[in-house]
Design a protein around this ligand. Structure first.
Ligand SMILES: Nc1nc2c(ncn2[C@@H]2O[C@H](COP(=O)(O)OP(=O)(O)OP(=O)(O)O)[C@@H](O)[C@H]2O)c(=O)[nH]1
Ligand SMILES: [Mg+2]
Length: 598
């Protein structure tokens, strides 16, 4: 198989695959265990199964981004060229067969044949994105994409096509890691460094690749690496690792099944580092986090079983006293629950006021200043046109620019708000867990039974928590300006048109800002309500779990001695099953922690 060369280097990922498989099996078993109530098992399983790593490939135009993706997949799928080419982002994701779907901005989706791909994703086939494509998704059965890895090809920045640069920026907030491409035939430029500065705002994991290494001999390559290293060190303030490689050699080697050529391309070395990163920094964190959450469930279920067991045998008056003490504690917890509600409300309000409002003000100011200049420049360029055409040209420019600017801003703001919201959630999850643990601990002391509190780090991630996506792309910018202007003499008419366009620019921006602002507000509110509901559920489920266990014991003990004995036996068996599951999960956790430290 042509993929073999890479398979050899991805043991870290296959270890992750195995752990993942085990974990999913255990979750299914836990779902079938009656003594575990209210386990968010389905959610945890989904979390594992859908966990995606977005690797976004970026760089100046023509550094070989698209070639690199083809090389990583070992197949000639995406079109490459010597002129600035890629104009639309392509997402490569795992699928049984090669399938290509084009997603348009208006919501339509079309399945296309591989040979038609250039008609949609290249500047030549789809100039200025006249086809209004949003993105293209390609599925392909490469083991490289298994386990949720998604490779995203973006258009090159810095070419004469500004809209290509814009598309690339839109994908930065979605990245889990960025592959930043440089190439030996073009020493690092000012523009590349400026772009890097922006990339660093959105990604804390950047891999630097120096492509087209095949152009140079060993000495020159060394020099080229050193040069880029120094420039990068100055720019970032720290030593960075640079991976020299040749996407071309790698792909040729793969296609011709020439292992020596693939080795020479140096791609496997990078590929290995990348895999280890994916495993360690994403895979392991997820495995440990899910395992901890499951262990927590087990610990809580264990306590409930022990409580019931205890209630079967504790003398009645002693038991009643304990229940009274528990009730008192329960009231305290319910009060804490109310405080939690008020605090959460305050925090989300602050998110709207301090982040969203400020960002809107800043964005409005910058955009307006920038577009006023553009408008005047365009006016100077086109003012000799007849009035009607002049008006149309300016109108088209304003609409295009405003739409484009909002597309990017919304993606970035979305990321900012999601992260801020996540930070709030994390703090609250810790608080809630503490409250729940305190109640469990109290009960375990009260009834003199063992209980192990398990700390879980929050599973809330920006992507899954800040749910609500925008309802629609902003549109509706068309205007009907009075035809009266068009009837005026040209020398007055064009001044009036410029003035009208300036007003229109302000209105268009404010209209879009109003919509986007509302959308964001609404999403913050909805996300808050969902989060709140889940958190309160957690407290309530704990209170109820303890209450029910004691109650069950109470009811049971009034039955015959034989039945009490039978129930005790059942409970002991369930405890054993839980302990066995706990041990298996602990093994997984230890293994994952071991690989993380190794
Ligand atoms: N010699 C050599 N040429 C390469 C290598 N990688 C890419 N190229 C060539 O560089 C040119 C640009 O490659 P692309 O993969 O289209 O570059 P890109 O960065 O995707 O370009 P844009 O999408 O326009 O930004 C093509 O002619 C490729 O054949 C390499 O490792 N060695
Ligand atoms: Mg490309």
């Amino acid at each position: 198989m042509s993929e073999k060369t890479f398979t050899d280097t991805s043991s870290a990922m296959s270890a992750y695959s195995r752990l993942k498989g085990d974990l999913v099996r255990y979750i299914d078993e836990m779902l079938a265990m009656e003594c575990i109530r209210g386990c968010p098992c389905e959610e945890l399983r989904e979390k594992i199964e859908t966990n995606a790593f977005n690797l976004v490939v970026v760089g100046q135009f023509k550094r070989g981004k698209t070639s690199l993706i083809n090389a990583l997949l070992g197949a000639d799928i995406l079109p490459v060229a010597v002129v600035p080419l890629t104009s639309i982002a392509t997402v490569m994701t795992y699928g049984e067969a090669l399938r290509i779907r084009v997603y348009f901005n208006d919501g339509n989706v079309a399945e296309i044949r591989p040979e038609s791909l250039p008609e949609y994703v290249t500047e030549k086939g789809n100039p200025k994105n006249v086809k209004d494509v949003n993105e293209v998704v390609v599925t392909y059965p490469s083991h490289y994409l298994k386990d949720g890895v998604r490779l995203i090809d973006t258009p090159g920045v810095g070419s004469i096509y500004q809209h290509n640069t814009d598309v690339a920026y839109r994908y930065l907030p979605k990245s889990d890691a960025v592959l930043f491409l440089l190439s030996v035939d073009q020493p690092m430029s000012r523009a590349e460094l400026d772009f890097l500065k922006d990339v660093r705002e959105y990604s804390n994991r950047i891999f630097f690749l120096l492509n087209k290494a095949d152009y140079l001999n060993e000495n020159d390559l060394r020099e080229s690496i050193d040069f880029s290293k120094n420039v990068l060190k100055e720019a970032t303030g720290s030593d960075v690792r640079i991976f020299p490689l040749s996407a071309k050699l790698a792909l040729d080697g793969e296609l011709n099944k020439a292992a020596g050529m693939v080795q020479k391309s140096m791609l496997p070395r990078f590929s290995e580092t990348l895999n280890t990163f994916l495993m360690e920094e994403k895979g392991t964190v997820l495995i440990i986090s899910v395992t901890n959450n499951l262990l927590r469930m087990i610990s809580q279920s264990r306590l409930e079983l022990e409580l019931e067991l205890k209630s079967l045998t504790t003398p009645l008056d002693e038991l009643q006293q304990k229940i009274k003490a528990f009730e008192a504690r329960k009231q305290e917890v319910l009060l804490e629950k109310r405080d939690f509600d008020i605090l959460l409300d305050g925090e989300t309000k602050r998110l709207s006021r301090e982040i969203l409002d400020e960002d809107i003000t800043k964005f409005r100011k910058d955009l307006l200043a920038r577009e006023q200049v553009h408008l005047e420049e365009e006016f100077a360029r086109t003012k000799s046109l007849p009035l009607k055409e002049l008006k149309e040209a300016l109108e088209e420019m304003v609409i295009g620019h405003v739409k484009q600017a909002f597309n990017i801003w919304r993606a970035m703001e979305d990321d900012r708000l999601a992260k801020a919201f996540e930070a709030i959630c994390r703090r609250f999850v810790v608080k809630i867990d503490e409250a729940v643990d305190a109640l469990l601990k109290f009960s375990s002391d009260l009834f003199e039974i063992p209980f192990e509190a398990i700390k879980t780090d929050a599973l809330w991630s920006a992507k899954s928590r800040f749910y609500y996506k925008f309802k629609e792309q902003p549109g509706g910018l068309e205007i009907a300006s009075s035809s009266l202007t068009l009837a005026l003499p040209k020398f007055i008419g064009d001044k009036i048109i410029l003035k009208k366009m300036q007003d229109y620019l302000v209105r268009a921006i404010d209209l879009q800002l109003g919509r986007s602002g509302n959308d964001f507000e609404e999403r913050i509110q909805k996300s808050k309500l969902d989060f709140r509901w889940e958190m309160l559920q957690r407290i309530e489920a704990t209170i109820e779990g303890i209450g029910t266990a004691v109650e069950k014991g109470m009811t049971q003990r009034s039955k015959s001695e034989g039945e009490v004995e039978r129930r005790s036996e059942e409970l002991r068996e369930s405890l054993l099953a839980l302990d066995e599951m706990r041990d298996r999960l602990t093994n997984i956790k230890n293994y994952a922690e071991g690989t993380k430290e190794a």
